[in-house]
Ligand binder design. Structure first.
Ligand code: ATP
Length: 339
């Protein structure tokens, strides 16, 4: 493992910000830490970078305990969300900062800077003023600067935080390609699940200083560990359920569940794609309370009588009007028992 945290604890005024965190990052792996505001993501990065001492547990880089290693001697690069470029330096001066600090000779530095600006898609931008760059360009310069010192581990805090959506979606693809090409090991934190799922080989979901779930994007998406993770991912159709065979008793009535589902009491999730609108008197009667266009589909909000609200994903042309009465049927293939 390139990075291992074992039993990492950090407390602020008695409250845990990191609570018994165990986390491994393998060489060449990109791990994205995801979680709501205040769940401990930045504290985790700062602890690895040596900017935040641990109250318990260990940080190992390449198997070596980092307790006595000061921040500037750890082989990690850190890129913060407000990219903090030096406004008095041009682009080249910003990217060359780390190599200069490490005493790299001038001609080597120039070659390294040119290579990195090429990599991040800003070839020949050395002499441009950072104030004259767009937000996305500044982000790339910050990334080139973080990569310039060739860190063993690159850590990104909300790397694309302030950019608009289309730029973020484009950059996330470019970053993934770049990291694969360079073989960079990356630990990134974000509160944006789309970003995390697009960038990561593995996502780690945090809750109140603890790891709620760790897995590949597909594993976490298909099988959220619990109701918290499911809701954090934006799934709202989550209810208590009791499973017997291939049926579950829920507040929405008896629902079909996949073969092999855990039996007895539990928590059930139905993805919006598994909430089908049916005609006439069939299914669970619901009132349509809202419709939101999502580009590829319409998210339809439904209020059943005396049961928790539901969200359905509908084709654009099939979405019913707000206020209409519809019936709902459930699809076992889109239903998951959590935990
Ligand atoms: N220097 C500090 N002093 C006191 N409390 C702190 C300090 N830094 C963080 N905390 C607290 O520790 C907890 C975790 O904070 P942290 O910044 O790691 O969360 P986060 O997941 O990165 O949040 P965000 O997404 O808002 O950046 C929060 O409750 C926060 O208030």
């Amino acid at each position: 493992m390139l990075l291992s945290l074992t039993g990492a604890h950090v407390r602020f005024g008695g409250r845990p910000a990191l609570d018994a965190v165990d986390l491994d990052v393998a060489e060449h792996e990109t791990v994205c830490v995801l979680g709501p505001s205040g769940s401990g993501k930045s504290t985790l990065l700062r602890a690895v970078a040596g900017l935040q001492p641990l109250d318990g547990g260990r940080v190992l880089l390449d198997g070596r305990d980092q307790a006595a290693v000061p921040a500037h001697r750890r082989e990690v690069g850190l890129m913060f969300q407000d990219h903090q470029l030096f406004p008095q330096h041009d682009v080249g001066g910003n990217v060359a900062f780390g190599p200069r600090m490490h005493g790299m000779p001038k001609h080597e530095r120039a070659a390294r800077v040119a290579e990195l600006l090429d990599l991040v898609g800003l070839p020949g931008a050395e002499r441009r003023a950072v104030a004259a760059l767009s937000g996305g360009e500044q982000q790339r310069v910050a990334l080139a600067r973080a990569l310039a010192a060739r860190p063993r581990l690159l850590m990104l805090d909300e790397p694309l935080g302030q950019l608009d959506r289309s730029l973020r979606e484009r950059l996330v693809v470019e970053l993934r390609e770049l990291f694969a090409r360079l073989g960079t090991t990356v630990l990134a934190v974000t509160h944006d699940q789309g970003e995390a799922f697009a960038l990561a080989d593995r996502v780690v979901v945090m809750r109140e200083g603890r790891i709620a779930q760790s897995g590949t994007p597909l594993e976490v998406w298909q099988r959220p560990a619990d109701a918290f993770v499911a809701r954090f991912l934006g799934f709202d159709n989550v209810v208590p359920a009791t499973v017997t065979g291939q049926a579950a008793d829920t507040p929405w009535g008896k629902l079909p569940v996949p073969e092999g589902s855990p039996q007895g009491p539990g928590t059930l999730l139905v993805r919006p794609a598994g909430v089908r609108l049916v005609t006439g008197a069939e299914g669970l009667p619901c009132t349509v309370t809202a419709r939101t266009f999502r580009g590829t589909h319409v998210s339809v909000h439904l209020r059943p009588e005396g049961a928790p609200r539901l969200e359905a994903a509908c084709a654009l042309r099939d979405a019913p009007e707000v206020g209409s009465e519809v019936g709902v049927a459930f699809d076992a293939a889109e239903t998951v028992l959590l935990g």
